[in-house]
Design a binder for this molecule. Structure first.
Ligand code: ADP
Length: 450
């Protein structure tokens, strides 16, 4: 763009320069030819008076030596009749247009035509007409155009080289801005900022971007605070409602009342789970999710969790595969149980038509690996990393109408990463396997069971 603008400006300058040069040349040529016609007129006065054509022709003939640019010349008498003519190449008389009063010259097809009246004793006795070829003008034009072309090409080259030298600096800053924007859109991490340097449009853009990130962060913070406070305030009344419903459930034996109470309890439980998730998210956001580390046998925890999950998911058979890992680990038992429950409940929830869910365990030299496999709707490749983001739910769900809030996996990832472990997915579209690993570093081997 810069190169194009420079060339345009350069081109316009050259055009203005050439036009003014040509105009100057024409003015000078016209003045000198009018003076020449005037001199010829003065010299021809006596020839016209004595009707001496030969003398007039001789005067015109001198033009060959005095001004070779004049290709045709004619002296007209006071009635406009030809009195004497001249042709440089002997090509005959040139038919000058009818001379008009006040018109002293005109340009006709690369030639200058000059008309100058001959005045004797305040009386017009004739007119001198000259036809001058502008070969010099053409040569000047050609030369100027050549210079302009050469300078334009040189200018273009220089502008291009300068642009080439500046470009990496501009592109580097722009590309770094684009890369940070991409990272923000992929990770949703609004704490990212660009380095502000220089004093140009990119600097202004960087400042606006950083301000925008600050504003988004601020509004997220307020939203998180609100979610935290609201969840906390809702927890106590909900616990009370649940307690009363449980009392009602234990004393009511008549249908359909009992069924209504059970339905209400079921929904209160869902609401309570959502509030617990929201409180966990709020703790994660404010960095207050604490781990309560203790030692426990991972096999026992897994078996107990399978048993409790089986009760709430009677339509699926949850089976354990792989050798027991036979390991006591140091971790937050409640939080690891929360992860297991979440993965098992997702596995059954997102495989409505399937009958089985498999839980694998394995042990490597440095970690315990747990995998939960289902035969459900699966997760497309491009969404696999996104399901660990807050509130993310896969597009596929619009077809299946399975309820959820997209918080469970976000919390699971945080819990596992706080234990210095990893969580990941393998899914080929016909089901999914969610894995997590826990490092063995601070774990201790369990005493072999008798
Ligand atoms: P929720 O299940 O409440 O929506 P999660 O954080 O547990 O929230 O899961 C996030 C999303 O990941 C789900 O909405 C779903 O789209 C997808 N997902 C999780 N587990 C599975 C699974 N086993 N099979 C298919 N999709 C899953």
């Amino acid at each position: 763009m810069q190169v194009f603008t420079s060339v345009m400006v350069l081109g316009l300058c050259f055009a203005a320069f050439i036009i003014s040069d040509i105009k100057g040349y024409k003015e000078r040529k016209t003045d000198s030819m009018i003076s020449l016609a005037n001199v010829i007129g003065l010299n021809s006065i006596s020839a016209i008076d004595f009707l001496d054509n030969d003398a007039a022709k001789a005067i015109l003939g001198d033009l060959r030596k005095i001004s070779p640019d004049v290709v045709h010349a004619t002296i007209l008498d006071n009635k406009g009749n030809i009195f004497a003519t001249y042709s440089k190449n002997g090509t005959g008389t040139y038919p000058f247009p009818r001379v008009q009063a006040n018109k002293k010259f005109e340009f006709v097809r690369n030639h200058l035509l000059v008309y100058n009246t001959i005045i004797n004793d305040n009386e017009i006795t004739g007119t001198v007409c000259l036809r001058v070829e502008l070969t010099e003008l053409n040569a000047i034009k050609k030369q100027k155009y050549q210079i302009a072309y050469i300078l334009l090409i040189v200018g273009l080259g220089v502008a291009f080289l300068i642009a080439l030298a500046i470009q990496p600096y501009i592109s580097k800053r722009l590309l770094s801005l684009v890369s940070i924007m991409n990272q923000v859109s992929k990770t949703g991490d609004y704490s990212k900022h660009v380095v502000v340097e220089g004093k140009d449009e990119i600097t202004a853009l960087s400042l606006v971007f950083n301000n925008l990130m600050d504003q988004i962060q601020e509004s997220h913070k307020k939203k998180d605070e609100f979610i935290g406070i609201a969840s906390h305030e809702l927890k106590t009344p909900l616990t009370s409602i649940k307690a009363y419903l449980q009392v009602l459930d234990s004393i009511e034996n008549n249908q359909p009342n009992k069924q209504y109470i059970e339905k209400a309890l079921e929904n209160v439980n869902k609401l309570q789970q959502l509030l617990l998730d929201l409180l966990d998210v709020s703790k994660i956001q404010s960095g207050q999710l604490q781990l309560n580390i203790n030692e426990f046998n991972i096999d026992t925890l897994i078996d107990e969790t399978i048993a409790s999950s089986q009760i709430v998911s009677p339509n699926h058979q949850i089976v354990r595969e792989g050798k027991p890992v036979n390991q006591v680990i140091s971790a937050d038992k409640q939080r690891i149980e929360q992860v297991l429950i979440n993965l098992l409940s997702n596995a059954t929830k997102y495989s409505p038509g399937a009958k089985k869910v498999i839980l694998y365990t394995a042990k490597t030299v440095s970690a315990i690996i747990v995998g939960v496999k289902d035969f459900g709707i699966g997760i497309p490749k491009k969404e696999q990393s996104k399901v660990f983001e807050r509130f993310y739910r896969t597009k596929e769900l619009s077809k299946h109408h399975i309820s959820g809030f997209g918080l469970g996996l976000y919390i699971c990832r945080d819990i596992i990463e706080r234990h210095k472990g990893k969580i990941w997915i393998e899914s080929d579209g016909k089901g999914s396997v969610f894995y997590f690993s826990l490092p063995l570093q601070s774990s201790v081997a369990a005493a072999p069971s008798a």
